[in-house]
Design a protein around this ligand. Structure first.
Ligand SMILES: Cc1cc2nc3c(=O)[nH]c(=O)nc-3n(C[C@H](O)[C@H](O)[C@H](O)COP(=O)(O)O)c2cc1C
Length: 162
């Protein structure tokens, strides 16, 4: 009996350390930022989404872009190096301003694995324009921001297809 018990706890440790290894092997990063659109209309938005999807298909990046005339909130996920490189290009893009990184974390699975860049016209955005202007994002925890994207992912339907 005692031997059995020891074997079980040993197995538990092996599983735990394997899970740790998986985190390193996947090298999967999620990065979320917010910014303010500089010029916002359907032509600019389609050109941003076209650029994003073209580059992301090439770079094995997936994610979602929540868009409203007063805010972009974007989640990028994929291998660390291409995600970092895409974020650096995005920071240099003059189609938006005031870029603010909100979350950067390692993950074991993708939230938007089927989308080169899901477009969410901010239906799931609970904050008003005044709250955003008042800096509500500075007071949100990274968990709150991640939860907002989890809700986008749960509600994603075919109309969001990339
Ligand atoms: C709000 C916003 C979101 C963007 N999202 C992405 C993206 O997900 N991936 C990407 O590669 N480029 C994205 N871009 C476009 C990049 O800024 C850039 O134009 C593109 O990566 C091509 O870079 P290059 O012209 O240096 O080749 C985005 C731009 C904006 C303004």
């Amino acid at each position: 009996m005692e031997l059995e018990g020891r074997a079980e706890s040993c197995q538990g440790r092996v599983t735990a350390s394997l899970a740790g290894c998986l985190l390193i092997i996947t090298n999967l990063t999620q990065l979320i930022y917010a910014s303010q659109p500089f010029g916002y209309d359907s032509i600019i938005l389609s050109s941003i989404l076209n650029d994003a999807r073209r580059c992301n298909l090439r770079d094995d990046i997936t994610g979602a872009l929540v868009c409203r005339h007063d805010i972009y909130l974007q989640l990028l996920e994929g291998p660390y190096e291409p995600v970092t490189a895409a974020y650096m290009r995005i920071c240099r893009d003059d189609r938006h301003a005031g870029i603010q990184k909100l979350v950067s974390r390692q993950v074991t699975s993708r939230m938007f694995g089927e989308w080169a860049m899901l477009h969410d016209p901010a239906k799931s955005l609970v904050w008003t324009r005044d709250q955003i202007a008042d800096g509500i994002l500075d007071r949100m925890s990274p968990n709150d921001i991640v939860e907002m994207f989890e809700s986008v992912s749960r509600n994603a339907g075919p109309e969001h297809a990339s």
